[in-house]
Design a protein around this ligand. Sequence first.
Ligand SMILES: [Fe+2]
Ligand SMILES: [Fe+2]
Length: 182
Amino acid sequence: MHSITASNLRNAHGGESMAHMRYMVWAEAAEQQGFANIARLFRAVSFAETIHGTNHFRELKQPVADALCASVAVFGGDSTSMNLQGAIMGETYEITEMYPAFLEVAKFQGEESAHKSFYYALSGEKTHAALFQRAKEAVDSKKDAAFGPIGVCKGCGWTHDGAMPATCPICGATKEKFQTFA
Ligand SMILES: [Fe+2]
Ligand SMILES: [Fe+2]
């Protein structure tokens, strides 16, 4: 595998791993602050980030070795409104800068399966940003968000509020590959 695509996979794996952890912390805070549905959203998206991080890890077809892994990550937070703002910032960075750049490099280098892993992640992050935006609007009007069951595709991390379609619109997985956070 080309070294820059490999480096991008490692850094994306790092970013997804940290997002997974950060959202678990913020789920706990949302629960304690009385936002049960937003806590559930954070847990569902945290799970989706493990799908992205795992896909990137598996695409790294290189021998076992240490590597430095540099990823932009959001730290801090306190109120659920601030935490959602942090979540929106992180997702937006991935949507507008990180994954589009990684996709272009993977395409240039002919790394098709890494390209697919980045494409799946980019598509999932778009759903996350929109869901976090809805959650933030609810919290800023002093309400919990009105989410139905939240489904996550275990193939690609696509995340959806409400009844899941017959197949994932991003990776084509069927419903036995969906996990629901109800
Ligand atoms: Fe995400
Ligand atoms: Fe999918």
